[in-house]
Design a protein around this ligand. Structure first.
Ligand SMILES: [Cu+2]
Length: 165
């Protein structure tokens, strides 16, 4: 768990350094994680632990060419969820929603063959015929963008919205 979190932070720092150099920005002062847009739920582990998982709600999203069904997702802050992402299409599809992932407390990601416990995610890729389950508790209210980052998919309409209310 710790090593996963650390590598994510390192990845953010690296991309910052590169973009700063490319844009000709002077980076004399260290950039705070929040200022860099890296401001996930601070007490995510406690939120996950205190949630009533017996009251968990399941929501399924089917991915295909080139859409999410449903494309408008609404979650309630504090309510534990299992989000099932099912690829019923012929191409791989992404569930890319970095701002949404920062607004939730992540418990784990589960697939047929594996389970991953990590605090932060940016995106999930699901292969044709495959599925995965994301267990989480929404924390921060807001509207968040969802899209598929496979080449050309977003342009073909593979976008969605996620509301935490
Ligand atoms: Cu796609």
């Amino acid at each position: 768990m710790w090593s996963v979190s650390r590598s994510v932070v390192a990845g953010v720092a690296l991309s910052l350094a590169l973009s700063g150099a490319g844009a000709g920005v002077q980076a004399a002062e260290p950039v705070a994680p929040a200022a860099a847009g890296f401001d996930p739920v601070a007490d995510g582990a406690a939120v996950v632990q205190q949630a009533n998982w017996d009251a968990m709600q399941a929501v399924e999203v089917r991915m295909s060419e080139y859409k999410y069904e449903p494309a408008a997702l609404v979650f309630k802050s504090g309510q534990p969820y299992k989000l099932v992402l099912r690829n019923v299409g012929k191409e791989p599809h992404y569930f890319t929603a970095p701002a949404f992932f920062k607004a939730v407390a992540s418990r784990k990601v589960q697939s047929r063959d594996a389970e991953i416990k990590a605090y932060y995610f940016n995106a999930f890729e699901v292969l044709p015929g495959g599925s995965l389950e994301f267990f989480f508790v929404p924390v921060t209210k807001g509207d968040f963008a969802l899209c598929c980052t496979m080449k050309g998919h977003k342009e073909n309409g593979m976008v969605g919205t996620i509301k935490v209310e």
